[in-house]
Design a protein around this ligand. Structure first.
Ligand SMILES: NC(=O)c1ccc[n+]([C@@H]2O[C@H](COP(=O)([O-])OP(=O)(O)OC[C@H]3O[C@@H](n4cnc5c(N)ncnc54)[C@H](O)[C@@H]3O)[C@@H](O)[C@H]2O)c1
Length: 249
């Protein structure tokens, strides 16, 4: 129960990696507010996790910037405090760079970068009070570069850069900011596997651990660590939770 009596907001947690994080958090004793634009899926995830502890779902399209302060208000109203903000929601268009429009580029920034930035700002005073932390999500595709991932990679690297600056500025206030770059079997990756099966198999073959990560056991466990007192002196870092995949790009 590493997160006993703690509370967290986890965006994008209706499914996939962030659902694994929300699951690991609830099982570690945290109360969790799941935020996602997929209302039915979010409610189903919430119902699934309710047996492990207090969990609530809020349907929000994070691209709607006016809706973002309401997320922090909801967490405080439900749970009374905020210890961890996990920004994992992300959408993007997979397009070759030469064909990439501004509109396609904006999808990645509107769903990933801007909500991460604005939620971090809104959460900051509450994280100072709780001496809490932020966990943002980056990607090896952003660090290394990957065909069709120009918008996604750029948004993810912008999030990593923001996280490093926040860690520097917020350290003296006792607020830690870290990034996880995962590799795990989510519906998003499942979709990619169906679209590009050969690329997927090639990717697994290059993973030193020779398997794809599990959203709860691999990524969730790392997020619990970063949110817990065990990581009290860890900030401004990027934790590669990818079976060593990025070493082999
Ligand atoms: N799965 C991996 O191997 C992998 C690799 C590198 C990085 N990541 C990162 O980890 C995080 C989770 O990845 P995943 O594979 O589970 O993704 P996913 O596509 O399976 O799930 C993303 C979730 O975010 C939600 N979402 C997207 N846009 C939203 C919006 N505007 N408002 C509210 N909710 C929105 C979706 O509804 C979905 O539930 C993402 O930040 C992703 O970039 C994942």
């Amino acid at each position: 129960m590493l997160l006993k009596d703690q509370t967290a907001i986890v965006t994008g947690a209706a499914r996939g990696v962030a659902k694994g994080v929300a699951t690991a958090f609830v099982k570690a004793g945290a109360s969790v507010l799941i935020v996602d634009r997929e209302a039915e899926l979010g409610k189903a995830t919430c119902a699934e996790l309710a047996e492990f502890g207090p969990v609530h779902f809020m349907a929000v399209d994070l691209a709607d910037r006016d809706a973002l302060p309401g997320i922090i208000d909801e967490a405080l109203a439900r749970f009374g405090r905020l210890d961890t903000l996990v920004n994992a929601a992300q959408a993007s268009a997979q397009v070759m760079l030469a064909d990439m429009s501004i509109a396609a580029m904006n999808i990645a920034f509107d769903t990933g970068f801007w909500p991460t930035f604005l939620l971090m700002k809104a959460a900051f005073p509450h994280l100072v009070k709780s001496q809490g932390s932020v966990i943002n999500f980056g990607s090896g595709a952003g660090i290394e570069g990957m065909a069709t991932q120009a918008s996604y990679g750029a948004a993810k690297e912008a999030i990593r850069s923001l996280s490093k600056t926040a860690a520097v500025e917020w350290g003296e206030h006792g607020v830690r900011v870290n990034v996880i770059c995962p590799f795990a079997l989510s519906p998003g990756v499942e979709q990619w596997r169906m679209q590009f099966p050969e690329a997927f198999e090639g990717q697994i073959a290059k993973v030193p651990m020779r398997r794809i990560g599990d959203p709860e056991r691999d990524i969730g466990a790392s997020a619990v660590y970063l949110a817990s007192h065990l990581a009290a002196y860890v900030t401004g870092t990027t934790l590669m939770v990818d079976g060593g995949q990025t070493r082999r790009f």
